[in-house]
Design a protein around this ligand. Structure first.
Ligand code: NAD
Length: 360
């Protein structure tokens, strides 16, 4: 049985790192990679060859592999040339785009969408959303330092005392918590907002201040995700965000509600009143952003405030991001492939959740 790895068209990452080769070998899989697939992540074709992969053309990967892996989904015409009954592993985000399910049903292949893996303890090692979000949270803080004309820690020098930078985190999920930890390590004073009941303790355990907004809708039973809040709650929250934003220097915005537009938390009025030189990194940009002026994949400056609208910051850490992504995929394959045979057993909750289209 052959596993084929595609080169990403838009990302620097690659879905399977050379270091995963041994585990694929143990599963009984022959390894094939599209030429140059790992280059931007620091993995040369030679390194893949040394680890038992053969490199070949994209077409050959698509037409001869039994299992195909890519981070971003391929085009319709490429879905059409995959082998019948092939297993294609990617990220389709069907919760954002339900039409994709109809589209995929036209092809005689089995499609695994890694963003549908349940958020359970058992599936944690396969949770690509968490591993990428964690890297993005770290990078978001470093990104902010690039556009910020000051430093984070308090410093007493002969030339005067520099106060610590104030960082506000909107959304203390996986990315937000990593951003808190990173900003704290750099010496900033950090505070965070979240709507989930579990977030308060997590924020405080990292030494940050948790800003509470009364009246959040109960999120228990939402599988670890946030739930949509009432307009009344969001109004109250925006007022409090504004009050704190005017005292902040950096905002890392990560607040999202799965399958919905990201909540608007930083208004035009807030940005117009923030200190010039402040920086906002909006990791929620791809789902609409948490800030009024955010533009996806653009950096804009308004009223002296820089707003970085980039949700894919893990891609700027392409080496480590590829390695973690690869580990997540391997952990998933270990429940599917044994002795060179794949079994998409839907009695397994993880497989059942991730299998979004079946060959028939
Ligand atoms: P996410 O990316 O969907 O959202 C980011 C954060 O934004 C969440 O913490 C959410 O509560 C918050 N948010 C939504 N609306 C908000 C608002 N109006 N104001 C402030 N914050 C708002 O979520 P995520 O980071 O992928 O995951 C969230 C949580 O899920 C994690 O912290 C964790 O507790 C849980 N989780 C569990 C597992 C597991 O058990 N395997 C895996 C991953 C995540």
């Amino acid at each position: 049985m052959v596993i084929g790895i595609l080169k990403e068209q838009y990302f620097n990452r690659v879905s399977i790192a050379p270091s995963s080769s041994k585990k694929l070998d143990v599963m009984g899989l022959t390894r094939m990679i599209e030429k140059g697939a790992g280059e931007k992540a620091g993995f040369s074709d030679e390194l893949y060859h040394e680890n038992g992969f053969t490199s070949t053309s994209r077409e050959s990967v698509l037409t001869t592999s039994d299992i195909i892996v890519s981070i971003a989904p391929v085009t319709d015409s490429e879905l059409g040339i995959m082998k019948k009954d092939a297993i294609y592993i990617s990220m389709f985000a069907p919760y954002q785009n339900a039409a994709v399910l109809d589209q995929l049903s036209n092809y005689p292949i089995n499609v695994i969408s890694m963003d549908m893996i349940p958020r359970t303890t058992l599936a944690q090692s396969m949770d690509i959303l968490s591993s990428m979000a964690s890297l993005a949270g770290y990078k978001a803080v470093l990104k902010a330092t690039d556009y910020y004309n000051n430093m984070f820690p308090m410093m007493m020098t002969a030339a005067g005392t520099i106060p610590p930078t104030k960082v506000m985190i909107l959304g203390a999920g996986v990315a937000g918590l990593q951003a808190i930890a990173t900003a704290k390590r750099l010496g900033a004073v950090v505070e965070a907002f979240d709507t989930r009941t579990a977030a308060k303790e997590e924020v405080m355990s990292l030494g940050a201040n948790f800003v509470e907004v009364e009246g959040a809708t109960d999120d228990r039973g939402a599988g670890g995700y946030a739930v949509q809040q009432s307009e009344e709650y969001l109004e109250k929250q925006r007022a409090l965000v504004q009050e704190r934003a005017l005292k902040s220097n950096i905002i890392i915005a990560t607040a999202q509600v799965r399958g919905r537009k990201a909540p608007l938390l930083v208004t035009e009025d807030t940005i117009k009143n923030m200190k010039p030189g402040s920086v906002i990194v909006d990791l929620a940009a791809s789902t609409g952003g948490n800030c009024a002026f955010t533009e996806n994949n653009k950096i804009i400056v308004t009223n002296g405030v820089t707003i970085v609208g980039n949700s894919d910051l893990s891609d700027e850490l392409s080496g480590v991001a590829s390695t973690l992504f690869s580990n997540n995929i391997i952990n998933f394959l270990q429940i599917v492939v044994k002795d060179g045979v794949a079994n998409l057993n839907e009695e397994n909750e993880i497989i059942k959740s991730a299998l979004i289209s079946k060959s028939n």
